[in-house]
Design a protein around this ligand. Structure first.
Ligand code: AMP
Length: 219
């Protein structure tokens, strides 16, 4: 299965994609997570993207597409789910070119719909593992041990860009870029809208029903 998950910050893309990875063996590729790891490692790429990520602005399309082209080449046979990429129509075109070169194409673009107040609530309560990047929430997705990751025991932290002022900025940046992106996938007949309200298990089950109906899941 090869899909992109669309939706604003806080729509639940990361939590869902990590369930597809764990339960279905479909590689979860998150540009935000890749960038945060590279920034933490102080790599050459990390130094190039740092100022964008820390200020909530979008990394330039050409650079994002270049990074993802390399990751997609190594993706598992079971497929991939892209989380946070593409973010603009330009990136979507870049992705199509990259996949065509690899004789592959997307099955679908799944758009998670959630009202703005819910997005703000999810982002402001979010905690992220500083070691493996797993997501938690203060009220709705608590870890078993306070402040520690269930998966690796790493320390849970607040993402720098999940501060209230930055949340508003990121949602505004996304609103501007999202319409042409959604229109792009609608024109290509790949767009599927899914209700993103509810906990991660509920939304997971909704998307799984969609995947089964269209027979996108690997056998
Ligand atoms: P996320 O974890 O998806 O919220 O991404 C965190 C930050 O990484 C964003 O605010 C952007 O600065 C950057 N970023 C992630 N994905 C992309 C993308 N596809 N295009 C441009 N910038 C991105």
């Amino acid at each position: 299965m090869r899909i992109v998950l669309l939706g604003p910050p806080g729509a639940g893309k990361g939590s869902l994609a990590s369930l597809y990875d764990i339960r279905l063996g479909i590689a979860h590729l998150s540009t935000g997570e890749i960038f945060r790891q590279e920034i933490a490692r102080r790599s050459a790429l990390g130094r190039r993207v740092r100022r964008y990520v820390l200020s909530g602005r979008l990394v330039p399309d050409a650079l994002v597409v270049e990074v993802m082209a390399a990751r997609l080449r190594r993706a598992r046979a079971a497929g991939f789910v892209l989380d946070g990429f593409p973010r603009t129509a330009g990136q979507a075109q870049g992705l199509d070119r990259v996949l065509a070169r690899q004789w592959r194409r997307l099955d679908a673009a799944v758009y998670l719909i959630s009202p703005q107040p819910l997005l703000v609530k999810r982002l402001s309560g979010r905690r992220v593992c500083s070691r493996c990047g797993a997501n938690y929430h203060l009220r709705t997705m608590r870890p078993k041990r306070a402040g520690r990751c269930d998966r690796c025991g790493g320390r849970l932290t607040v993402r720098k860009d999940d501060q209230p002022r930055m949340i508003r900025k990121r949602l505004a940046v996304d609103r501007k870029a999202a319409a042409p992106l959604v229109a792009y996938y609608r024109r290509r007949g790949l767009l599927h809208r899914v209700n993103g309200v509810g906990n991660v298990e509920t939304v997971y089950r909704r998307t799984l029903a969609l995947f089964r109906r269209h027979r996108w899941l690997p056998s």
